[in-house]
Design a protein around this ligand. Structure first.
Ligand SMILES: [Zn+2]
Length: 479
C-alpha cells in the first residue's frame, strides 16, 4: 500500500497524511444550508468527501466523521419568518430531501449528523470563552469577533489584510474576501425573527460559530480533517479557525481539504442561465444515480469539474462496462487452471488503484487502473486465456474498488423508486436477466426454440443483448 498524501489548503502543499491518533481519523464536513434542495455543485463536494471517507475506511482507519446541517442562517431565518413558521418546520422538508438525495447517490451517512438548532448551548459557551480571552466586543446587542487580535487571520485563504479598517463590522453570514471584517458571533434579535434566550443575551448564532462549536463538541479541540467546497475557505473556514484557536490556544484543524467548483457545459451554474440542476432534475431526464455519482467522482476534487450531458452519457456507459464485466466474471465458465500473467496483472491493477487514491485522492488515476484492467481481462476472456483461478482475485479487486466508488452493484431502479421516480423504465436488474437467460437455456435444451426466441426478443426489447458462446454458454450485456 502507498503512503496517503493530501493537499492541505493551509500549507498550500501536498503532505503525507498522518492522523493525530494512529489508526483513527476525526473529520468534519460542512453540510448543507437547508433552505432549498441541494444542487449538483453541492453534491460534487459531498461525493468528494464520501470518496475520501470510504477510502480511509478501506485503508483500515477508524473514522469519526461529523456532518452538520446548517438550519440557522440569514436566509433560513428570513424565509421562515416570511412563511410564518418555526425554523425547524421550515427546514424539515429540505433536511429529509437531503438525506434521501445522499442515499440515492450512495453518499454514506457520517457517524454523526447534527443540527445547529440542537447545539445552541456549546455555541454560547464558545462565545463566552472568546469573551474571557478578550477577542470580542458588543455592539447594539450583537457580539463581534475582533480579527486584528488574531495574528494568523487570513492564513488559510491567503488574504491580504493591509487595507482592513479596525472596527469595521459585517453582520451577513456570507461576504467577499475584499471585505474581511469583524464578524458577528451572536446576532441581536430582529422583530418577527426567531431567537434564543441565552447566557450571552437574546439572539441567534452567526453561521461560523456553529461549525466551530459543533466540530469541537463532537471531535475534540484539534481535528484531523476538515472538508468543504472551496467557496467556504473564506470567510467561513477562516472564521472557524479564528474562533476555535482563540478559545483553545490549540491548532484547530490539521488538514484542510477543499473541493473545486463545478461548471455546467463550461459555465457557472445559475438559475438565471437555466443550467441549475438538482439531482431530481437529472433523474427526471432519465439519468441514473450511479451515472451521476460516477460523473461527479471521476474528476479529481482539486480540478474544476465541467459537468456536461455528454459526460453523463459517457459515465452511464462506463458504469455499464463495469457491470457487464462483473456479470461476465460471475456467469461465464472459464477454462480451469491458472494464468500467471493475469494473476500478476490483477495485482498490478489493485496496486495502481491504491496509488491513485493515495495520491491526493486522484480518482481519475484510480479509475484508469480499473478500466485498463477490465479492457485487458475482456480480451483475455474472448481468447479463452482467462482462467478459473483468477476469477476470485478479480472479483475481490472489483469489490474493493466498489467500496469506494459504489457503482457496480445495480440498484438504480430501487433507489429511484424510493424518491418517487418508480415509473421510469430503467431496464431489468441482474437477477431478473439471469433468470430469463436460464429460462431460455432450458428451452433450448428441450429444443423449444419458439420459447427461446421469445425470451431473447423480450430481453432485446428491454435493452439486453445475448451472445451465444462456442462452448454453449450465454453472455449478456446492456445495450
Ligand atoms: Zn461549516
Amino acid at each position: 500500500m502507498h503512503e496517503i498524501q493530501v493537499h492541505n489548503t493551509y500549507s498550500g502543499k501536498v503532505e503525507p497524511f498522518n492522523p493525530l491518533r494512529a489508526g483513527e481519523v476525526r473529520m468534519y464536513t460542512c453540510g448543507p444550508t437547508v433552505y432549498d434542495y441541494a444542487h449538483i455543485g453541492n453534491f460534487r463536494t459531498f461525493v468528494f468527501q464520501d470518496i475520501l471517507r470510504r477510502f480511509l475506511k478501506l485503508r483500515g482507519f477508524q473514522l469519526t466523521h461529523v456532518m452538520n446541517l446548517t438550519d440557522v442562517d440569514d436566509r433560513i431565518i428570513a424565509n421562515a419568518a416570511a412563511a410564518g413558521v418555526e425554523i425547524r418546520e421550515y427546514t424539515e422538508k429540505y433536511v429529509q430531501a437531503f438525506f434521501a438525495d445522499c442515499r440515492t447517490l450512495s453518499v454514506e451517512a457520517p457517524e454523526h449528523w447534527i443540527r445547529a438548532t440542537d447545539n445552541i448551548e456549546p455555541m454560547v459557551e464558545l462565545i463566552q470563552r472568546l469573551q474571557q480571552n478578550t477577542y470580542t466586543y458588543d455592539s447594539e446587542g450583537s457580539i463581534y469577533y475582533r480579527i486584528t487580535k488574531f495574528p494568523d487571520y487570513g492564513k488559510l485563504s491567503k488574504i491580504d489584510l493591509a487595507g482592513i479598517k479596525a472596527g469595521a463590522r459585517v453582520d451577513n453570514d456570507r461576504y467577499e474576501k475584499e471585505s474581511a471584517r469583524d464578524f458577528a458571533l451572536w446576532k441581536a434579535p430582529k422583530p418577527g425573527e426567531h431567537f434564543w434566550e441565552t447566557a450571552v443575551g437574546p439572539g441567534r448564532p452567526g453561521w461560523h460559530i456553529e461549525c466551530s462549536a459543533m466540530a469541537m463538541k463532537y471531535l475534540g479541540e484539534t481535528i484531523d480533517i476538515h472538508t468543504g467546497g472551496i467557496d467556504l475557505a473564506f470567510p467561513h473556514h477562516e472564521n472557524e479557525i479564528a474562533q476555535s484557536e482563540a478559545a483553545t490556544g490549540k491548532k484547530f484543524v490539521r488538514y484542510w481539504l477543499h473541493a473545486e467548483h463545478l461548471l455546467v457545459e463550461g459555465e457557472k451554474m445559475s438559475k438565471s442561465l437555466g443550467n441549475f440542476y438538482t439531482l431530481r432534475d437529472l433523474f427526471a431526464k432519465g439519468y441514473k444515480p450511479s451515472a451521476l455519482r460516477f460523473a461527479l467522482a471521476s474528476v479529481p476534487y482539486r480540478r474544476q469539474l465541467n459537468f456536461t450531458f455528454d459526460g453523463l452519457q459517457q459515465a452511464t456507459s462506463s458504469v455499464d462496462r463495469l457491470r457487464n464485466f462483473a456479470a461476465r466474471l460471475k456467469n461465464e465458465k472459464f477454462p480451469t487452471g491458472k494464468n500467471e500473467t493475469m494473476a500478476v496483472r490483477i495485482a498490478k491493477a489493485a496496486d495502481d488503484f491504491d496509488a491513485g487514491l493515495s495520491d491526493d485522492l486522484n480518482t481519475a488515476q484510480a479509475l484508469a487502473a480499473m478500466f485498463d484492467f477490465v479492457r485487458e481481462a475482456n480480451i483475455a476472456m474472448d481468447k479463452g486465456e482467462f482462467r478459473s483461478s483468477e476469477v476470485k482475485t478479480a472479483q475481490e479487486f472489483l469489490q474493493s474498488f466498489d467500496k469506494v466508488f459504489v457503482v457496480v452493484e445495480d440498484n438504480d431502479a430501487e433507489k429511484l423508486k424510493a424518491i418517487g421516480f418508480g415509473a421510469a423504465e430503467t431496464g431489468p436488474g441482474d437477477a431478473e436477466i439471469e433468470k430469463l437467460v436460464a429460462e431460455r437455456q432450458a428451452a433450448r435444451k428441450r429444443r423449444d426454440f419458439a420459447t427461446a426466441d421469445r425470451v431473447r426478443k423480450e430481453l432485446d426489447e428491454r435493452g439486453i443483448i445475448l451472445e451465444d458462446t462456442k462452448d454453449g454458454n450465454v453472455r449478456w450485456k446492456r445495450k
